[in-house]
Structure formats: C-alpha cells, structure tokens
Design a binder for this molecule. Structure first.
Ligand code: MN
Length: 353
C-alpha cells in the first residue's frame, strides 16, 4: 500500500512541503485544474506537476480526476472528440509516469451534500447530507453547495431532462461505450483506470446513478475483463448506506486485483438516507475501519490509498473536506493500522516456522 494525499495544485493553501512532512506519505494525488473539462492537458503542465511533487520527495502516480465530459455520459454532441481527448490524456499522463487514473461517471452533480460546514458537538465542522433538506430542493432552481456553478439555470434544466430521459440503462450503455474505447489505450499504456463510486450511492432528483452497490460494481467490472479496468473503492461514498458492506466489498474486489485506489473515509449513518462525515477512527462513525484495512492487507494490497475527506478542526479554514489537520490525522491512523497488520503478520510467520 502506498499512502497518498490529495493536492489541488498551486492554489491549494496546503503546501507540498506540509504534505511531505506527514510520515509515510509516498505521493500526491492531483490533476490539471486550469483546463476546461474534456480538453487535452498539455504535456508541459503535466510534467511541471510531477516535477513540483518530486522536488519535495513526493511521487505523482495517481491522477484524480480526469473528468468525463457530460457529452460522453450522454453520448451526444462532441462525444467522439472528447473521447479522443480522453485517450490522449491517458497517453500523456502515462508518459509522465502516472499509474492510476481516478474518474467518475456521475451525471451533472458529482458529489452531493446539503451542508459543507455543519458544526458538530466538539466544534469541528463536517460535510453532511440530510435527506429531507436535499429532497426539498429543486436543482433546476437552486444549486447545492459544491456543485458546478458554471451552468445557467436553462442549461441545468436541459441536462437534468436529458439524463432523466435516458434513464439507468441509457447511462449504462454510454458507460460501456466509453469503457470499450478507453480501456485498450489504458492497457497499451499500462495505466489502471479506477472508477469512483457515486456519492451518495443512490439516485437524486430522478437522475440515474449506477456505480452504487455490489451488483452494479459486478456489472461494471464485467464490461471489460482486464485488470486495468478497475475501481476506486471509496469507503465513505459506498458506506453511507448500511446496504453496502465495505469490508466485504474490499475482500471481494481486492482478491481479484481490481481495486487500484482506496479512499478511506468514515461516515456516521444517521438513518433514512442521511449521514455525516466523521473522523477516520472507527468509533467516530459507522464503519469498522480496521476491518476494512484488514481486508486490504489480507490480499496484499499494492495500490494507492488516501485519507478521503476530513473535518475542519483546530480553527482551520479552507476547502471543505480538504483541510490539512484532520486528513493528516487520518493518514497517520491508517498508516498505524497498516504497520500493525504488517508486524502481526511477521509475528505469525515467525511463530509458524
Ligand atoms: Mn472518495
């Protein structure tokens, strides 16, 4: 396992130096942020990102994300050009030594929360999703925090209608088409493509969401039978419903080498489709983080891991979910659990000799 940390580039208030000071940190997870979705990233900017990371002793082997243009998800408009651009980005990233690309196939909204700075009892703030608040909203009229604000209300309304009319099966067809186009390039470049599950893993506003549960992960992986076609297993995204048993999913997909990137986040399930993001430590939320780590360890997980969102603590302000302190605590906690599992395995091997 290689521990990594997400970095939002030069505008990120958290410096590469700070990240490099977190023990056991192998590299950053980043992207090129100043290019519109769907366009080709310049080799210079990719190389510069790598050099910046390397100059602090950090690798740049994981990209999160290379975003998928809505035209590809809807298979309309300029989707053929955008798919060619996507392939070119895979090639260019591979040239810079990237081994894993995270992406998602969520229509319009990406992740969804009702409040980004909900004050918890201890004074920290966290991202939360309260079902009754989200259900009350009309996305054609009012945006939720964190959503892409670049759409006009008319564009948003048209997009939502388009997804509602293709439905789940239409989205599956478009995903399959995209996968069949890009995975051969990923194989050629030896880059692992790792889809991120939908967050939260259920349909919102009548818009289809399909990377949501075990059956659908099975269906997704069967779209292309090659290990370069795999998963970002996000414990917090899939784990905000008790219908998903994260340890079981890790056990299943790590055993066949299809998890390339592990997002570790704990969430507190409030019930009835609501949840609060919590600190990584198991008893702070609903997930048994050690059990999940144990499953990764059991299968000799060699992929990348990162602490996913953190709370805002110790007065820190910044990008919701992406402060330094709580994510650094998360990274250390996860590294500590991993080191323990490694040493216990060593002890067991010795005693069995
Ligand atoms: Mn995630």
């Amino acid at each position: 396992m290689k521990m990594t940390f997400r970095w939002y580039g030069e505008s990120d208030p958290i410096s590469l130096e700070y990240i490099s000071q977190i023990p056991n940190m192998s590299g950053i997870v980043s992207a090129i942020y100043d290019v519109p979705v769907g366009e080709v990233w310049s080799q210079e900017s990719i190389d510069k990102l790598k050099e910046d990371a390397n100059s602090y002793g950090l690798e740049m082997e994981v990209i999160e994300s290379v975003p998928v243009h809505e035209d590809i998800k809807l298979r309309r408009g300029n989707y053929l050009t955008y798919i060619e651009n996507y392939k070119e980005n895979i090639r260019r990233l591979a040239k810079a030594g990237v081994k894993c690309i995270c992406y998602n196939f969520m229509p319009v909204f990406d992740w969804t929360r009702s409040v980004l700075d909900y004050k918890l009892e201890d004074g920290s703030t966290a991202l939360v999703y309260y079902k009754e608040d989200v259900d009350k909203l009309d996305p054609k009229k009012l945006a939720l925090p964190g959503w892409d604000a670049s759409y006009t209300p008319e564009e948003m309304s048209e997009l939502i209608d388009a997804y509602q009319s293709i439905g789940e099966e239409g989205l599956w067809n478009n995903l399959e088409y995209f996968i069949n186009e890009i995975i051969p390039v990923a194989i050629e470049c030896d880059v692992n493509m790792a889809i991120h599950p939908d967050d939260p893993p259920w349909p919102i506003f009548g818009i289809p969401r399909i990377i949501t549960n075990e059956d659908n992960l099975d269906r997704f992986l069967s779209l292309y039978n090659d290990k370069h076609h795999g998963l970002t297993l996000c414990s917090g995204s899939l784990g905000c419903t008790s219908d998903n048993d994260i340890a079981k999913l890790v056990d299943k997909y790590a055993s066949v080498g299809r998890i390339h990137f592990a997002h570790m986040r704990n969430v507190k399930i409030i019930g009835d489709g609501s949840f609060e993001e919590s600190a990584h430590y198991s008893s702070c939320g609903s997930l048994d983080m050690v059990d999940i780590m144990r499953k990764y360890h059991k299968h000799g997980f060699k992929g990348y891991m990162r602490p996913d969102h953190g709370r805002m603590i110790w007065g820190e302000t910044g990008k919701p979910g992406y402060g330094l302190y709580d994510r650094a605590l998360g990274a250390m906690y996860l590294s500590g659990v991993w080191e323990t599992l490694e040493k216990l395995e060593g002890d067991n091997n010795e005693s069995s000799v």
